[in-house]
Design a protein around this ligand. Structure first.
Ligand code: GLC
Length: 633
């Protein structure tokens, strides 16, 4: 059927208005992906039918949210946003348990809650839930779909949006589609990438990266039962989906709308860099992977304009920025993307006690669309890969390979001056790459400090934790706090006793919430109390400072002191200069330099709650951060 005919006959007045405004955003990426097909128009009509049905099933409450978001399009860019990431079971046993902890989240000012994969995973090893068996069922350990819907409503009433993972690059081998493919059903074999012999896999492997070289080599697994090599970028039990097949695209669109109708507001689009394959390329960040995201966004917005997408693309900085959309699609791909490189520079600066690399590299980061924003963080559930390019390292006189090796040594505690406790992850003997696991507190020195019962070291470690959070909060975007970091939870070495976790040291940074420990958060003398209360002060200060809206430009500035990082936020809303001392000693920034940056006169530090005259320069205590604003005399 002709697209316009379909719309004329089937779309409501509301959907027709949206189509008039956004139709081209739907068609542009779809033409690029599937435009050559003889059945192109029919494919589009099928997708529009999914949209129509999805809209039809949307509740009155969620429709009201859609209207509110249309009127407040910058809601996720405002400085009152604050994110929290947790595994539901590790945080509060299950979904109903999470609902009982809403007051704890509110105490921290949380407005965005990412509950780690909560859909039904395969049994046994499942990559922390990233091997999904059923996208329409909740992991029975956590509850039911009805519990999820109830929880999203309770969160919404408390001003918290739920973010959930959409594992769109692959399914578990136990998923119904994979099961049918295993019986030889061609329709479902076409949902995946399957090869009879090694001819193509060998050619592809020549240019592909290996993501989990410790777990398996190469990107294809032989399946005896179907006599096929199957594409698996990640673990052997995660089969990559084939989006060259438009039916697969439609299936995932339907799943997005199904979950959106349960009240999910933010979709964390997992491993999006890998979604399109093309021989002779790395099969990462291909233009078609971008088009898939643009098409999902445009189509899902027709039915549910309240939702936004977060790109999980842990790739080099130049490759991340395009996930916000470029050219005609500027601002029309993902609203949010993880700022992986900022996280890496923060840890690099702490190890080196120098901020040059971070300043240099951030100054070279391409600008992002006005309507987009970063998800900033210091730790997540995943490992840290030292995504520092040779060019950026060379720009400040470092050798990229040696610096990355230094960071791996430093954060796994093998460097003699290290304060950190971390574990090596996925050593790749071919390029000698080593990634690192560890909780924020352990990497920042708290584990060693406590072990040595050294109060001075404890203070330094707490200083590091608060310093990097101060920058994550001031940078612009939604700051994400990983569960437990607000209390200084240390590495959890118990994962080795869990058979499904033993081989994956990422579990070291996924501790269980210690609610007994959390009780002491109100005792300001205790370690959790010191971290929690100061972090909370940072969070609520950020909320007050509307100048920190994500649309304010973010510029890294040299302070002319190699140990003091400067980050300028400026816009017609007002200017804020964040300074941070990345060393164990006192550091000074001259009055002249402050003046050059535009902060020469009377200044107010919102973090220290103190006014002073910038003309005489400023001294920062070890690991102190300041958020400065010029004030009238
Ligand atoms: C993402 C997840 C990671 C998972 C991978 C495969 O990178 O963050 O935990 O292993 O995708 O799904």
């Amino acid at each position: 059927m002709h697209i316009e005919n379909y719309i004329e006959k089937n779309f409501s007045a509301e959907l027709r208005t949206r189509w008039q405004a956004w139709g081209e955003d739907v068609l542009r990426p779809l033409r690029f992906l599937y435009g050559e097909r003889a059945d192109f128009e029919q494919c589009v009509v099928n997708f529009l039918e999914i949209v129509r049905k999805g809209r039809g099933k949307r509740s009155a409450e969620l429709r009201a949210l859609d209207n509110e978001r249309l009127l407040k399009p910058d809601w996720y860019q405002r400085s009152d946003q604050m994110g929290y990431i947790a595994y539901a079971d590790r945080f509060a046993d299950n979904l109903n348990g999470v609902a009982k902890r809403i007051d704890y989240l509110q105490e921290l000012g949380i407005t965005y809650l990412h509950l780690m994969p909560l859909l039904e995973p395969r049994t046994g090893e499942n990559d922390g839930g990233y091997a999904v068996k059923d996208y329409r069922a909740v992991d029975p350990r956590l509850g039911t779909m009805a519990d999820l819907e109830r929880l999203t409503g309770q969160l919404r009433a408390a001003g918290i949006s739920l973010c959930t993972d959409l594992v769109c690059n692959h399914t578990a081998t136990d998923h119904e589609w994979a099961q049918k493919a295993k019986t030889g059903d061609q329709t479902y074999q076409d949902y995946y990438f399957m090869f009879r012999d090694r001819t193509l896999p060998d050619q592809y492997d020549k240019t592909l990266r290996e993501i989990f070289p410790d777990f398996k080599r190469g990107n294809f697994i032989w399946h005896e039962d179907i006599q096929r090599w199957v594409w698996t970028t990640f673990n052997t039990y995660q089969w990559d989906l084939n989006y060259q097949n438009p039916t697969v695209f439609g299936e995932m669109l339907d799943i997005i709308l199904y979950l959106a109708n349960q009240g999910v507001e933010i979709f964390r689009m997992d491993a999006v860099a890998f979604m399109w394959k093309q021989l002779g390329t790395t099969c990462e960040n291909l233009p078609q992977a971008h088009a898939l995201l643009q098409a999902w966004r445009a189509l899902s917005r027709l039915a549910a304009p309240a939702i936004i997408l977060l790109a999980e693309a842990i790739v080099s900085p130049e490759d991340v920025v395009p996930y916000f959309g470029q050219g005609l699609a500027t601002g029309k791909e993902c609203e949010l993307a993880y700022h992986n490189s900022f996280m890496v520079y923060l840890w690099s600066a702490l190890a080196e006690r120098k901020v040059n690399l971070m300043t240099y590299a951030l100054q070279r980061l391409p600008i992002i669309p006005n309507s987009s924003t970063w998800a900033t963080y210091v730790r997540l559930h995943d490992d840290i890969g030292w995504a520092i390019t040779d060019e950026n390292a060379a720009g400040v006189g470092l050798n990229g390979f040696l610096h990355r090796s230094f960071l791996s040594d430093f954060y796994t505690g093998t460097h003699e001056e290290s304060f950190a406790r971390g574990l090596v992850f996925q050593f790749n003997p071919e390029n000698m790459d080593r990634r690192v696991n560890g909780s924020c507190a352990s990497l920042a020195g708290l584990e060693i400090a406590i072990e040595q019962r050294d109060a001075k070291l404890v203070t330094l470690a707490i200083g590091r934790i608060l310093l990097i959070h101060a920058f994550v909060l001031v940078y612009g975007g939604i700051p994400l706090l990983y569960m437990g970091d607000e209390l200084g939870l240390l590495n959890d070495y118990n994962y080795v006793h869990v058979p499904e976790h033993r081989a994956d040291s990422r579990w070291v940074q996924r501790p269980k919430m210690d609610w007994w420990f959390a009780e002491s958060r109100h005792n300001k003398e205790s370690i959790p109390g010191r971290i929690f209360s100061q972090l909370r002060q940072q969070i609520f200060t950020r909320k007050r400072l509307f100048q920190l809206h994500a649309q304010a430009k973010t510029t890294a500035v040299y302070t002319y002191n190699e140990q003091v990082f400067g980050l300028l936020r400026h816009s017609p809303r007002g200017n804020i200069l964040a300074l941070g001392n990345f060393s164990e000693g006192y550091q000074y920034v001259t009055g002249q330099r402050l003046q050059e940056i535009g902060f020469g006169g009377a200044l107010y530090d919102h973090l220290g709650e103190r006014a002073f005259n910038g003309r005489y320069g400023v001294t920062l205590e070890p690991f102190q951060a300041m958020w400065l604003e010029t004030v009238a005399h």
